[in-house]
Design a binder for this molecule. Structure first.
Ligand code: ADP
Ligand code: MG
Length: 284
């Protein structure tokens, strides 16, 4: 029965935490997906740095890397990697993670803000919004706008296959929830044939959207959420079936999830749905 299904799943790199979750996959009609780290690799590459005349690009990158030192967000990881030099933690006096916005830190005694347009607006920093496709990390130093880093993520190779497989297994609505900009969200979503895209969401907005979807569906239908858990553990916990990307995912997400995809491949959700179907046929 479902124990066999759990074993079959685990051999395919899918950790299922109970037979009820495998069985539940058969009734999933809505799949809600996070973008960064779930549909995209979450490995950002820095494609451009533009500082204001008061600074230079090297300084801007260094301050960004220092401000992001204590963040585990994929954006932070890529900035630190691009910077490449060792971090002297004594230069960092303060660090605050401002989820859905970016970070605030005190580096060399100066207040640094690194994050999206929402972060700049929140602190009342005058700046000009950048019209480029890609995720923009704006920087402010001591309350003055200092420039931006432009970064690009790539769609996972099997993301489109994953979407197609889920539809084949009876999923009717595939919805993307992301904190990223509308331009980036739509570029990714339209390439993958996502049915519904909601962008520029704060973590609490994601929970709210999830609640809206919960009332849209009928009683028998189930809602699955797929995420890497960076900022989305509350939605993961609220869904009928929470699926976490195990490789990139945070420990909290792996713990909160009902199903863990060990190799982070979106196509494995389709695989799990197939195992669920086969297992149901054996049981009944
Ligand atoms: P997603 O829904 O795409 O996973 P998040 O909720 O993790 O996005 O983040 C939303 C947005 O907040 C990011 O696209 C980015 O603009 C900004 N952001 C979050 N964390 C950071 C960070 N550490 N540094 C810079 N920007 C960040
Ligand atoms: Mg995320």
């Amino acid at each position: 029965g479902f124990f066999g299904g759990i074993g079959a799943s685990s051999r395919k790199g899918i950790l299922v935490k109970g037979g009820n979750f495998l069985e539940g996959l058969n009734d999933v009609k809505y799949v809600i997906m996070d973008k960064t780290g779930t549909l995209t690799k979450g490995e950002f590459e820095i494609t451009d740095i533009q500082s204001t005349p008061e600074f230079n690009n090297e300084e801007l990158l260094e301050l960004a890397a220092y401000a992001e030192t204590h963040s585990s967000h994929p954006i932070a990881v890529s900035i630190k990697e691009h910077y490449g030099k060792e971090i002297d933690e004594r230069r960092i006096d303060e660090y605050n993670d401002l989820s859905g916005h970016g970070v605030q830190a005190v580096v060399d005694g100066k207040e640094i803000l690194a994050g999206n347009a929402k972060l700049m607006a929140k602190y009342g920093i005058p700046f000009k919004e950048v019209e480029e496709v890609g995720t923009v990390v704006y920087l402010a130093i001591e309350g003055a706008y200092a420039g931006y880093l432009l970064i690009a993520d790539t769609i996972k190779e099997d993301a489109a296959e994953g979407i197609a497989l889920m539809k084949e297994k009876g999923v009717e609505h595939i919805i993307m929830l992301t904190g990223d900009s509308k331009a980036v969200a739509e570029a990714v979503g339209s390439k993958l044939g996502i049915d519904e895209i909601h962008s520029e969401l704060l973590p609490q907005d994601k929970v709210e959207k999830m609640e809206e979807i919960m009332v849209r569906k009928n009683k028998k239908e189930k809602v699955a959420f797929v995420g890497d858990g960076i900022n989305d553990t509350p939605v993961l916990a609220r869904s009928d079936i929470g699926i976490a990307m195990g490789g990139l995912g945070s420990d909290a997400a792996i713990e909160a999830a009902d199903i863990v995809i060990m190799d982070d491949k979106p196509s494995k959700i389709g695989t799990a749905m197939q195992v669920a179907k086969d297992t149901r046929q054996i049981v009944w």
